[in-house]
Design a protein around this ligand. Structure first.
Ligand SMILES: [Zn+2]
Ligand SMILES: [Zn+2]
Length: 346
């Protein structure tokens, strides 16, 4: 089968690989129909993720059709169309019993990281019963690709952790796919204001169409002054960090109102400063999280009912044969205006 293989920092290629086979009785083999590329895949290619070793098939998102299941899998069968969660969970360990699937002792984020992933014609999914979701009849499969990772990530790490509430004020720093996913799902709670902050005018334009009440180009105006002006000089109840660099985390520290929450979503590679001298008496909270995908069943219903349309995040389509083109377009997002690219596998 064809698969996109990581060969060390800066190196990848579409290679011929052997078909995956069942290893544990709880596994399933899925024939991929649609997959996508994540910002995390670019982190791996930069060499930022040491757990992902050369030779690994990348990808942790997508939908497909079950080809084969292990002897212990009773709730899924060959031919079932399924959504693949970016987080594998056994459903039994101490962390899974506490709904922290991302810390599952035999799962978590392993797909396209510690085990071969979804940018391939076939993938082996461990803990299949608790890591795959049957696709409802009639659902838009491309929309569901957005539910493997970015929608639950924006929702759980940003909106839920950030305690977005009716009437509250929200700032989202970073209008990439994850920031936009937080913007789409924050609206389930009817906040009074959602302010998007980014350096890319195209992404801010998209955010405006997606329901942001204000957009701030932080390359042109001081985002702290602008947010204070929009909030009666108070700041925001919820500052969502969706970039993952020190400057944007520290910006959230400057934006959060007394009693507010800084909800970190970004993947940070270096330390950021915590300005406790300014924050110690402000009753704020800081939250961190890797997505647990506990909200996937709810988001499946919400998307199926048309309450959220994540297909709006899809900007480009490629065939698996043109993975090089897909990575090139996705990695030059400022020029190509790419948000999410869909890769048609079969
Ligand atoms: Zn991802
Ligand atoms: Zn577990």
């Amino acid at each position: 089968m064809k698969a996109l293989v990581y060969h060390g920092p800066g190196k990848k290629s579409l290679d011929e690989r052997p078909m995956p086979t069942l290893i544990a009785p709880t596994d399933a083999i899925v024939r991929m129909t649609r997959t996508t590329i994540c910002g995390t895949d670019l982190h791996i290619l930069k060499g930022d993720v040491p757990s992902c070793e050369p030779g690994r098939v990348l990808g942790h998102e997508g939908v497909g059709v079950i080809e084969e299941v292990g002897a212990a899998v009773s709730t899924l069968k060959a031919g079932d169309r399924v959504l693949i969660s970016c987080i594998s969970s056994c459903g039994r360990c101490d962390y899974c019993r506490r709904a922290m699937y991302s810390h599952c002792t035999t799962g978590g984020w392993i797909l396209g990281n510690r085990i071969d992933g979804t940018q391939a014609e076939y993938v082996r999914i461990p803990h299949a019963e608790t890591s795959l979701y049957p696709i409802p009849a009639g659902a838009d499969e491309e929309a569901l690709v957005m539910l493997s990772d970015i929608l639950p990530t924006g929702f759980e790490c940003g909106v839920l952790n950030g305690k977005v509430q009716p009437g509250s004020t929200v700032a989202i720093v970073g209008a990439g796919p994850i920031g936009l996913a937080a913007l789409l799902t924050a609206q389930l709670y009817s906040p009074a204001q959602i302010v998007m902050i980014d350096l890319d005018p195209n992404r801010l334009e998209v955010a405006s169409r997606f329901g942001a009440t204000a957009c701030i180009d932080s390359g042109r105006v001081d985002p702290v002054d602008a947010v204070l002006a929009l909030t009666g000089q108070i700041g925001v109840d919820c500052a969502i960090e969706a970039v993952g660099v020190p400057a944007t985390f520290e910006l959230c520290e400057a934006l959060v109102a007394p009693g507010g929450v800084i909800a970190n979503v970004g993947v940070h590679g270096v330390k950021a400063d915590l300005h406790l001298d300014k924050l110690w008496d402000r009753n704020i909270s800081i939250t961190t999280r890797l997505v647990d995908t506990i909200s996937t069943p709810m988001l499946l219903k919400t998307v199926s009912a048309g309450r959220i349309d994540p297909t709006r995040l899809i900007t480009h389509r490629f065939q698996l044969e043109d993975m090089a083109g897909a990575y090139d377009t996705f990695s030059r997002a400022a020029e190509t205006h790419a948000l999410k690219v869909i890769i048609e596998v079969s």
